[in-house]
Write a protein that binds this ligand. Structure first.
Ligand SMILES: Cc1ncc(COP(=O)(O)O)c(C=O)c1O
Length: 368
């Protein structure tokens, strides 16, 4: 007997989004960012689905890169945080991973350990998270040359590309361009998803789209569909109980919602134990029977309540979309005070990822 809560993965939509990124990046080429388990969609599944479309992947760490090799993928992989141990450099060289170097301690490892993978330099152009100061670049480059390391690329990351009003992205782009212009024939990369939607943004040689591949909007105040993106994940469950509430009846922990009129309430078999945000407030929309219904009361670990008042004919066993084609994940994120990245990567292991079109035996209402 299987629980009726699944994340349906739409690989066609993923490919649609990747092609959109490619078009917006051209003539620059794109690197598919598949870290954090493919933003929650399954790193191997996502990487395979894009293997005909992309010639390079980007991940955060060695474990993710190794997962791609173990799955049989042979394309170059960029480790955007570099390595966390000196000995990992040998693995990176053997597996032909390209390693980002962002800090002096990583330089020292390259000088002392035998592993010599290709290196991209990370430049701090103003985000002040990781990277070398532009003023230190020449010194860093000379040390790498002396150590016999090949520097094949340079990258930076934007702090505010999602905000169309912000001037920071133009400033960071200028700083990066000036800092790396003299580094010779290397690959230069600045653009996250948001940069693909900024008019006039320089794309350099390679872009690094992540969230847009999965259908999440990278732009503040805009939802994925407005940008031509399609949901790569539908989070769905079913109604497992229906109850008639009288005026004054409360629902759920803390009695945070109370009926002011006679209300038909439905319980949906999904909660924060599945990654649905506990902070989603009353009114956060779900979708069933072709219409929206509002969340009511506090989200529990394994279930949540909705008001079925405007859903004609609702019945136990009805499919409920929490986010996906009809309810943009960005909208749920907005309601819950977070971002689509956190929701997508936060869907827990308890929720089976099922590729759209793949059959899976699920309980019907009558089984429940
Ligand atoms: C260095 C770097 N590049 C690219 C990306 C992709 O960003 P986005 O998902 O906003 O496209 C990330 C994501 O966090 C990142 O850390």
């Amino acid at each position: 007997m299987s629980r009726p809560t699944i994340a349906r993965i739409h690989l066609d939509n993923l490919r649609h989004n990747y092609r959109l990124a490619r078009r917006r990046a051209a003539p620059a080429r794109t690197i598919a960012v598949v870290k954090a388990d493919g933003y929650g969609h399954g790193i191997e599944r996502v990487a395979f689905a894009l293997s005909e479309e992309t010639d390079q992947y980007a991940v955060a760490c060695l474990e993710e890169a190794v997962a791609l090799r173990e799955a049989g993928l042979t394309q170059p992989v960029l480790l955007m945080q570099g390595v966390h141990e000196a000995a990992d450099l040998r693995v990176c060289e053997a597996e032909r991973f390209t390693v980002v170097v962002h800090d002096p301690h990583q330089l020292e490892w390259l000088e002392t350990v035998s592993g010599r993978p290709d290196i991209w330099l990370k430049i701090n152009s103003g985000m002040n998270r990781l990277g070398f100061a532009p003023a230190d670049l020449e010194k860093v480059r000379k040390r790498l040359v002396r150590a016999g390391v090949r520097v094949t690329g340079a990258m930076t990351h934007f702090a505010c590309a999602d905000d169309e009003q912000s001037q920071s992205t133009a400033r960071q782009t200028r700083i990066f361009d000036q800092a790396t212009g003299g580094l010779g024939n290397i690959t230069r990369s600045v653009a996250n998803s948001a940069a693909h939607f900024r008019d006039g943004q320089a794309m350099f040689d390679r872009t690094r789209p992540g969230i847009m591949l999965y259908g999440g909007s990278p732009m503040l105040g805009r939802y994925g569909p407005e940008l031509g993106l399609k949901a790569a994940m539908t989070l769905e469950s079913r109604l497992i109980a229906i109850r008639q509430l009288s005026p004054g009846d409360a629902v759920g922990y803390g009695e945070t919602w109370r009926a002011t009129r006679s209300t038909l309430m439905g319980m949906v078999c999904i909660g924060y134990g599945d990654g649905y945000p506990r902070h989603a407030p009353n009114g956060t929309p779900v979708w069933l029977r072709g219409t929206r219904a509002p969340l009511i009361g506090r989200v529990s670990m394994d279930m949540l309540a909705i008001d079925l008042g405007d859903v004609p004919g609702a019945a136990v066993g009805d499919t409920v979309e929490l986010w996906g084609e009809h309810i943009p994940v960005d909208e749920v994120a907005d309601c819950a005070g977070t971002i689509s990245y956190e929701l997508l990567t936060g869907v827990t292991r308890r929720v089976p990822r099922v590729e759209a079109g793949e059959s899976m035996r699920l309980n019907t209402g009558s089984d429940l």
